[in-house]
Design a binder for this molecule. Structure first.
Ligand SMILES: Nc1ncnc2c1ncn2[C@@H]1O[C@H](COP(=O)(O)OP(=O)(O)OP(=O)(O)O)[C@@H](O)[C@H]1O
Ligand SMILES: [Mg+2]
Length: 270
């Protein structure tokens, strides 16, 4: 039954795989190479306006952004500056109210729910502050939930080994520390080999030492799989682990820092 479902879903994703032509190509913006870097996302004039009653919140207010294959980006900014909104729009959890957004030359702003679902399923891994693991399933089974519906997944064992949990596969979430649970969540997010890993305050609920193990796992995924990785944080020290640091303020990008070299997580001074 599971095998049959997997076949059907694998077949479906072969015919309409994201990266196929399900989403409309954006005529003006084919995938481009910028100084040798392959462009993954292009956003121009992105706005997200929440209208509640009389008040209007401009969560994104004209964001121009390019994100490249394999890079590590840290998103910094005060509370309410639009970080989560930007991440959710990139990941197809939400759609902007204005502007243009494309993923590998394909338009995300015009995508319908089915197209967005396929985009999220095939191209994007999410990691949130809270791990959202299923308590009655082991680490291996939590990851297997995703690998059973992905077209070209790694095994749960490979994914868990990648985040340093090869010896804890048969533990339930309640038998794991917060950092270990978050690493299971990372394994679950990347087991399908997504092109993009989006992390919204992945260490927000963890103490410093545990947070470092989680960041090391994210760093390893970025390096080993070449996954474009975007991490939201309030911790400015984390800026040094990135190739680029994008600063948001009042729904706008205030500036972008390019780090000439990025520093390994284990070498950061907290
Ligand atoms: N569903 C919503 N309805 C109305 N306003 C919203 C909604 N979601 C976000 N906002 C508003 O949009 C703005 C940006 O919110 P967002 O969550 O992106 O900020 P953030 O930078 O992630 O903040 P934090 O660091 O606190 O997580 C805020 O003013 C917020 O109140
Ligand atoms: Mg947020």
């Amino acid at each position: 039954m599971v095998a049959a479902a997997r076949l059907v879903i694998a077949g479906l994703s072969r015919s309409v795989t994201f990266g196929g032509d399900l989403l409309k190509r954006v005529a003006m913006k084919p995938p481009s190479i910028d100084a040798g870097r392959e462009t993954v996302f292009v956003g121009r004039g992105l706005t997200k306006i929440y209208a509640t009653g009389e008040t209007e919140v401009r969560a994104l207010d004209g964001v121009d952004i390019d994100l490249f294959r394999g890079e590590m980006v840290v998103l910094l900014g005060p509370s309410g500056s639009g970080k989560s909104t930007l991440l959710n729009n990139l990941g197809g959890l939400d759609v902007p109210t204005g502007g243009a957004l494309s993923y590998r030359g394909r338009d995300l702003t015009e995508a319908d729910e089915r197209e967005l679902t396929l985009f999220r399923r095939n191209a994007v891994g999410f990691v949130f502050q809270f791990y959202n693991l299923i308590p009655s399933l082991t680490a291996r089974e939590n990851v297997a939930l995703i690998t059973e519906i992905a077209p070209d997944p790694m095994t749960p064992e490979e994914a868990l080994a990648l985040v340093g949990l090869g010896d804890r596969m048969d533990h339930f979430p309640s038998q794991l520390s917060g950092g270990q649970q978050q690493r299971v969540a990372i394994a679950r997010a990347i087991a399908k080999r997504p092109e993009v890993l989006l992390c919204d305050e992945p260490t927000g609920a963890l103490d410093l030492k545990t947070g470092i193990t989680v960041l090391e796992a994210i760093e390893k995924v970025n390096v080993d799989l070449g996954t474009l990785t975007v991490i939201i944080t309030h911790n400015a020290v984390m800026a040094e682990m990135a190739d680029r640091v994008i600063h948001l303020s009042d729904g706008k990008i205030s500036h972008i820092d390019n780090n000439p070299t990025r520093r390994p997580v284990r070498s950061l001074q907290w």
